[in-house]
Design a protein around this ligand. Structure first.
Ligand code: BGC
Length: 698
């Protein structure tokens, strides 16, 4: 099949004029009538933000029937956490630590999108983010390269399936290549600068995982990376991605990222911008028009060899053939109507949402709540809120599709329970309502667009006014359960000290209210774990679990150690953390062999027992530390995890096999190496707790 596609690609390229080739490398946005002429002339290969089966068919018809070679268009769209059936934001999905779940969400999103004419999604975003000021932390899987890689692979598999010509699948796009999440100060689009080692060990692995999973495309990022913008960077694109990793798909620039090379100061004019980007290996130009305006001339003048263009077109056409667009360029609008937002997808959205939530605190077992409470008050700006539950990049999601917290709770409680409500805008009223209740559910957090692209903030406190509301309602003296809706870790130190129960719901999508109610009333036992550390305060940023030890690791009683003197050196909630309504005990850690050959593997087993009263799921996490090495290593690194289900009283032996090669790092010569020596190992419920052992690599 692949070689057949290669032959068809070559045959087509041999018929194409230079203009037609460059046309394939051009992408523009929106269902603009004027683009039809460009399509007829073969000057446009892809559209983004054209949605709906009829609209896509209409533009596709022009390409297929009215252009000289009839090459079909790619229709790209940001299907990030759902198309019309909206799931939790990706940071929430990652909190499930459940690749099957991520695969399922991506699969449903792909099916809805493809039925509606979209054949290419700009997802998954696989940028590692260690800075919650950066709004786009919402769109990724958090701070860890291993978890990020597992999630990246699952998302690609979910979008693409086995074969992207399947009418339920789309081509995926891992973005933003690369280092974008390291934006200085957490300010979106800002400069990034890092060692090649950090690039390779922290930021590249999820992209590599996406490539290994067969991702069809990669998006080059906006950021300046060590002095060479990512969308004109020959090291990352040509050498690493296409060379070392053998990536065979194509690279699309981010929106106008080629034009922005002028602002970066890398290109003096658009002609230079086009040359720099194409030579670096960017195959398609999203929306800057630099390629369509300049590339033919660059080739004719000899500044760019035609083979460079051929190579880009080859990659683009290959994806079009793989999508089956030459055989099936159109979609059936009836099919779209029958599957989009169907019952089954909405049911799945509910289960996916509750599996994405993280129980942060549950003092004295306040949760789960009884369904026959005398009166329950639901208070706060997110209590009866639809639009913000959708999250920051919600495709065709509509507020009217969303189940609110109030509605979800109303469905759960007994007919005799009084349901009281206040949106919290009037604090006095909120307090009065709280006083009448047996329990208060306080729905607080940040609006959807306070995170996401361009949603960077200088403080990660709750938005203005909400702390006052929380303090006042707490002061009413009733037990309070806080439910947080947010796109990033927030600094919630005051709440964490006083409010007895806190559930992190993220922006949970259309079934948010039902999912929250399922958890609050115990119909689902929470199992999510944080994919990112929660700082105590903005001043701790960057704070991540896999940091180096320094020469003076923090000691509370010694001033001259690496810490702040005004706050503890730990995060408020660590990476990997999350509670359950039941309790899990870890016992009997075994590591074999104690001396493992450098080309062997370490087998680790632990017994996990459910010693509480409810069935539940636990994410069993394995961390290591390379104690001494020629390059200093992080204090902990996640190397594996397993999610298990246990009935009350049940115990399971969980086994991990860690090939020694997974312990490798980039040595002084920048080649991967496993060095002999002592390794510490932990297996536990989060990055700060667990049974400890060690082994040696010999
Ligand atoms: C974003 C990308 C997105 C693209 C197309 C850009 O502004 O950075 O993530 O895919 O727009 O909508």
């Amino acid at each position: 099949m692949a070689s057949n596609i290669d032959a068809r690609v070559e045959e087509l390229i041999s018929k194409m004029s230079l203009e037609e080739k460059v046309g394939q490398m051009n992408q523009l946005s929106g269902p603009n009538e004027a683009y039809k002429d460009l399509i007829r002339q073969g000057k446009l290969g892809s559209l983004l933000n054209v949605v709906g089966a009829d609209k896509c068919n209409e533009f596709q018809r022009v390409a297929v029937q009215e252009s000289r070679l009839g090459i079909p268009l790619l229709f790209g769209f940001d299907v990030i956490h759902g198309y019309r059936t909206i799931f939790p934001i990706p940071l929430g999905l990652a909190s499930s630590w459940d690749p099957d779940l991520v695969r399922k969400a991506a699969g449903i999103a792909a099916a809805e999108a493809r039925a509606d004419g979209i054949n290419w999604t700009f997802a998954p975003m696989v940028d590692i983010a260690r800075d919650p000021r950066w709004g786009r932390i919402a769109e990724g899987a958090g701070e860890d390269p291993y978890l990020g890689s597992v999630i990246a692979k699952a998302a690609v598999e979910g979008f693409q399936g086995e074969d992207i010509s399947d009418p339920r699948r789309v081509a995926a796009c891992a973005k933003h290549y690369v280092g974008y999440g390291a934006a200085e100060g957490g300010r979106d689009y800002n400069t990034t600068d890092m060692s090649e080692r950090t690039l390779r060990e922290i930021y590249l692995p999820p992209f590599k995982a996406a490539v290994e999973a067969g991702v069809a495309t990669i998006m080059s990022a906006f950021n300046d990376l060590c002095g060479i913008p990512a969308s004109a960077n020959p090291l990352t694109i040509r050498e690493i991605l296409k060379g070392e990793w053998g990536f065979r798909g194509f690279v699309v620039s981010d929106w106008n990222a080629i034009g922005e090379l002028i602002n970066h100061g890398l290109a003096r004019e658009r002609r230079d911008a086009a040359r720099e980007a194409v030579l670096a290996g960017v195959d398609m130009d999203m929306c800057s028009n630099c390629y369509i305006d300049e590339l033919c001339d660059l080739v004719r003048s000899g500044a760019v060899r035609e083979e460079v263009v051929d190579e880009a077109v080859r990659r683009i056409l290959r994806v079009k053939f793989m999508l089956g667009l030459f055989e099936n360029p159109y979609v059936d609008p009836d099919r779209a109507r029958s599957i989009i937002l169907c019952e089954e997808h909405r049911e799945n959205a509910r289960d996916i949402a509750r599996r994405s939530m993280v129980l942060l605190k549950n003092q004295d077992g306040l949760l789960p709540l009884r369904k026959d409470l005398r009166a329950i008050a639901v208070i706060g700006p997110f209590a009866d809120n639809r639009a913000d539950l959708l999250g920051c990049w919600s495709g065709l999601g509509r507020a009217e599709d969303v189940v609110t917290v109030l509605e979800g709770i109303r469905e759960k409680i007994s007919p005799s329970t009084d349901l009281l409500f206040s949106d919290g805008s009037n604090i006095e009223e909120a307090v009065t309502v709280a006083r009448k209740a047996e329990v208060v559910v306080l729905a607080v957090g940040e609006p959807a667009y306070r995170s996401g692209e361009g949603g960077s903030v200088s403080t990660i406190d709750l938005p203005e006014g909400q702390e006052d509301l929380i303090k006042a309602v707490y002061g009413a003296g009733r037990p309070v359960v806080a439910v947080l809706f947010n796109g990033r870790p927030l600094s919630i130190t005051w709440m964490a000290e006083r409010i007895p129960a806190i559930l992190e719901a993220w922006h949970p999508g259309i079934q948010g209210g039902n999912a929250v109610a399922d958890i609050l009333f115990g119909d689902y036992n929470p199992s999510g774990k944080l994919p990112v550390s929660f700082p105590r305060t903005v001043g701790q940023i960057p704070i991540y679990y896999n940091h180096k030890n320094t020469g003076r690791p923090p000691e509370e009683t010694n001033r001259f150690t690496s810490k702040y003197i005004d706050i503890p050196s730990t995060p408020l909630f660590p990476f990997g953390y999350g509670l359950s309504y039941t309790r899990f005990e870890y016992r009997d850690l075994r590591i074999n062999p104690a001396r493992t050959p450098i080309n062997g593997k370490v087998t680790v087993s632990v017994e996990v027992a459910n010693v509480g009263e409810r069935e539940g799921e636990e994410v069993v996490q394995l961390y290591i530390r390379d104690v001494t090495a020629s390059i200093t290593r992080p204090v902990k690194e996640l190397k594996d995890f397993k999610k298990i289900h246990l009935m009350p009283g049940e115990r399971k032996t969980v086994e991990f096999e860690i090939p020694a090669e997974r312990l490798s790092f980039y040595g002084r010569d920048m080649k991967p190496v496993v060095e002999p020596g002592l390794f510490k190992l932990w297996v536990g419920p989060n990055s700060m707790e667990g049974l400890e052992g060690d082994f040696e690599i010999v």
